[in-house]
Design a binder for this molecule. Sequence first.
Ligand SMILES: [Zn+2]
Length: 248
Amino acid sequence: MAAQIVVNIENQPGSMARVVAALRRFGLSPSRHRIQSAGNGLSRLVLIADGPFSPGELIEKLGDVKGVRQVVSVAPANGATGATPILARPTPLKDPEEDLVKSIVANYPRILHIIEKYEATLSSDRDRATRLKRLGQKVGARMLQNDESLFNSGSIHEALQTAVVPALIPISDAEAMGSEIRTSISIFTRRRVNTIRQIFGNTANRCDFMSGLIQGMINLSPSLPKVNVEEHACRTNGDDCCVFRVMA
Ligand SMILES: [Zn+2]
């Protein structure tokens, strides 16, 4: 049976090859394709493939392929019955950072190289701080999404102590004090880049990813107030420790 598969993929080398490889793994043989611009750095890829056709699984598998941002439709390609698309409504557009977040969570705590690679793509210092914090939030939310001690916490301090600190220990010597997290060392403060930046009088790299991580974790809890986390002191600025203040 032939199927028509329509996906929106990122305009990056390898995106289409990964879709084709995923279809092959699924037992389908792509025979024809058409590709057109879908705007916003995306291309719409229409593929005709032969083989066993189980739309539900196919949609799920394709959604997990790196570079696929959206599965638009999956349908029988040439049914005499006037083929109606199986998935008429497209799946939600994936967060462009979804694959990055997944990879950080999967590699935790060996994540510094991944974050540094991402940092290298950020242009200005302001952009760097905002985007790193946002990335940290997404990772934190993903890491503790099933954490019972977080959901059972009755206060911010309890959540910090029972859920956040244990999650941060593999990358720092985190301690909870009131509604603050303090670290005197972390994978972000030992970096050579910090020393170099300080010698040349630039703003040092602060621990924006860590602030985001803590904020993303706490904000998962349905019972605690929504918080913002700011770093008030930082080792890379010469302070004794990094102080992350959780503010409701
Ligand atoms: Zn710091």
